[in-house]
Design a protein around this ligand. Structure first.
Ligand code: AGP
Length: 605
């Protein structure tokens, strides 16, 4: 998704803009650009493709200037090409934009009627044209406020003005925007991560806020145009470095980091001395909760689904899991005694944020499970539960999924204990079992070689299916999502018991079918479903526990995972599925860290 950078300094800014744009690459993009001002002129450079290409252009024809804006674009209005790339500049003003201007067509038609012309197909260019007109009569800040009043939709903006070489204006409605502070230099950025290499002092704009950045000062205004003060946060240092190390991709590095990330997370939440789970500041007394509603998108939604099984198993609560893009538009009945939990790795996902915003407007009690603690979702929820996974760079979420499940499991267990839904002895036993997770994950990772051979056998297939029952059903969904997003191989995740109601028709000779069958209460039934698949020619990969002792010569492949407490199954059975999707994608020579058409941080709906 689009990302914005702005720097105003006492020295040349283009190199730092390029470096910061590289930090925003994780969001996914298809073109890049920058504009600086020097000698009373706007220097605009942009291109389709990667930031490296923009860097080469700058190397050949450098852009001077102590103030500038940069952008990585993820196309919404208009194809990814040079003209549609940001910034969008006129003679006197240059604009970068993240978000969507919903009334851009209407505005464009009106402006065209009065003789204005447009170079691009983007929604953003209307902002440039409107500002250019208003600047004929108004000073920049007033021109920006007046322009914002005509815009509908969501945006984060960075704006520079030819006549004013000493300030940048930023504005936020919907899309996130942060300001960073340093000596004789200030910054604007779509997220704190992009600014982290330059500063750890950050403020966040709220909806409707506008800011004016000069090198020694930052002024903030709210939507009423009143001057306001902003809290300055000091960012925490990242312990894990954002580099691939000796790994071929971030994704495989992140898969192998999971023993450590889960260990860190457990350390954060389990008091070693008292053997107790620590959760402070839950916005509602667990004894008084009426219902828990878990909300997320994609992989984060799958962790919500797993948590639904856990909460139902461990507590007497009603539980719902919902997809954020659906929840936000349904006629949901809110209840002050419900706890709404928002799950998001990035904490910036537009649909999840909108669902949170809806809950806030209804005065509902909210809690977020995020990896990025400085994110919009974290800052706007009543309580934040970080997953402590460290930066996740690969677009395909792996260690964040395990982190989300871990925090949700700890929360389920704690709620169960506070409500007296679980016996104290059993509660303590489960905490003891939880501590084994990092080691068990490390053991499961040892299956990699075998999984690579399986990937070699199936990577040319046209499709695949993933089946599971109980909490293994969301794991089947996650396995299928991972395979399709990484390797572009069609994959369907299904509850194994649903096969006979339609999907069984898809089974044909040689179709790879992954059957997730831990030795739990569903075991026998899942194996029967597996036999139905085998009878129709399906090529089965069975994932089960070492003690299951399944022997069937018709099972094409079998992976035995370590025996463990049954509640830990989702953690262990996810590992071979992550490795399978990775190796299939490797055989298909796909771009592992940046799958086609996808973005790491989905900031449009
Ligand atoms: C995961 O592999 C996907 N790339 C995607 O489904 C992701 O989980 C989803 O976009 C939600 O992102 P979030 O966790 O940052 O909110």
């Amino acid at each position: 998704m689009c990302g914005i950078i702005g720097i105003v300094s006492n020295k040349s800014v283009s190199t730092n803009i390029i470096n910061s744009l590289k930090k925003l690459e994780y969001r996914g993009y298809d073109s890049a650009g920058l504009a600086t001002i020097s000698d009373g002129k706007i220097n605009e450079k942009k291109c389709p493709g990667r930031v490296e290409k923009l860097e080469k252009i700058l190397f050949q024809t450098p852009s001077r200037g102590n103030l500038g804006i940069g952008h990585v674009r993820w196309a919404t209005h208009g194809v990814p090409n040079e003209v549609n790339a940001h910034p969008h500049s006129s003679e006197i003003v240059s604009v970068v934009h993240n978000g969507i201007i919903e009334n851009s067509d209407e505005l464009k038609k009106e402006l065209e009627k009065s003789g204005k012309t447009f170079k691009s197909q983007t929604d953003t260019e209307v902002i440039t044209v409107l500002l250019t007109e208003k600047l004929k009569k108004l000073e920049p800040l007033k021109a920006v406020f007046e322009t914002l009043e005509t815009l509908k939709g969501s945006f984060a903006l960075g704006i520079i003005f030819k006549e004013f070489e000493d300030f940048i204006i930023g504005a936020r409605r919907g899309s996130p925007l942060a300001v960073g502070y340093s000596n004789s230099e200030n910054y604007l950025g779509s997220d704190s991560y992009a600014l982290k290499s330059m500063t750890n002092k950050i403020s966040y704009l709220d909806d409707g806020d506008v800011c004016v950045l000069s090198k020694d000062d930052v002024k903030f205004y709210n939507s009423n145009k009143d001057k306001i003060n902003k809290e300055i946060f000091t960012l925490s240092e990242d312990k894990s470095s954002v580099s691939k190390g000796n790994y071929k991709s971030f994704m495989i590095k992140e898969i192998f980091e999971q023993p450590n990330t889960t260990k860190t997370c457990l350390k954060e939440y389990i008091d070693k001395i008292r053997e107790e789970i620590n959760f402070y500041n839950l916005p509602v007394d667990p004894k008084k909760i009426n219902k828990v509603v878990l909300i997320g998108c994609g992989t984060a939604y799958h962790s919500c689904l797993v948590a639904k099984y856990w909460l139902e198993e461990l507590t007497t609560l009603n539980v719902e899991a919902d997809i954020a893009s659906e929840f936000r538009y349904r006629k949901v009945k809110f209840d002050i005694n419900n706890l709404y939990i928002f799950v998001s790795q990035s904490g910036e996902t537009a649909d999840t944020y909108a669902a949170l915003d809806l809950c806030k407007k209804e005065n509902a009690k909210t809690c977020s499970v995020v990896n990025v603690v400085e994110s919009s979702i974290a800052r706007h929820s009543d309580c934040v539960l970080p997953i402590h996974a460290g930066p996740e760079i690969g677009v395909a979420s792996t260690k964040a999924f395990l982190g989300q499940m871990l925090v949700l499991y700890l929360l389920s267990l704690k709620i169960s204990e506070i409500r007296n839904d679980i016996e104290h002895k059993e509660y303590k036993k489960k905490i003891g079992e939880l501590k084994k997770i990092p080691k068990l994950i490390a053991e499961s990772l040892k299956e990699e070689e075998k999984i690579q051979l399986i990937a070699k056998d199936i990577y040319k297939s046209k499709g695949s299916m993933f089946l599971g029952r109980g909490s293994s059903f969301p794991i089947a969904l996650e396995g299928a999502l991972k395979l399709k997003e990484l390797s572009y191989l069609h994959a369907e995740g299904y509850p194994a018991g649903e096969m006979k109601h339609g999907p069984l028709a898809l089974i044909e000779d040689g179709l790879p079918v992954v059957v997730i069958a831990p030795k739990d209460k569903y075991f026998e039934k899942t194996l029967s479903n597996m036999q139905e698949v085998i009878a129709r020619g399906g090529k089965v990969l069975l994932l089960t526990n070492s003690s299951s002792k399944v022997i069937s010569e018709n099972i094409r492949f079998q992976i035995n995972l370590p025996d463990a407490d049954l509640t830990l199954t989702p953690f262990l059975f996810t590992i071979p599925l992550q490795l399978l999707s990775y190796h299939v994608a490797m055989f298909k020579k796909c771009d592992i860290d940046k799958p086609r058409n996808l973005a790491k941080s989905v900031t449009v709906e």
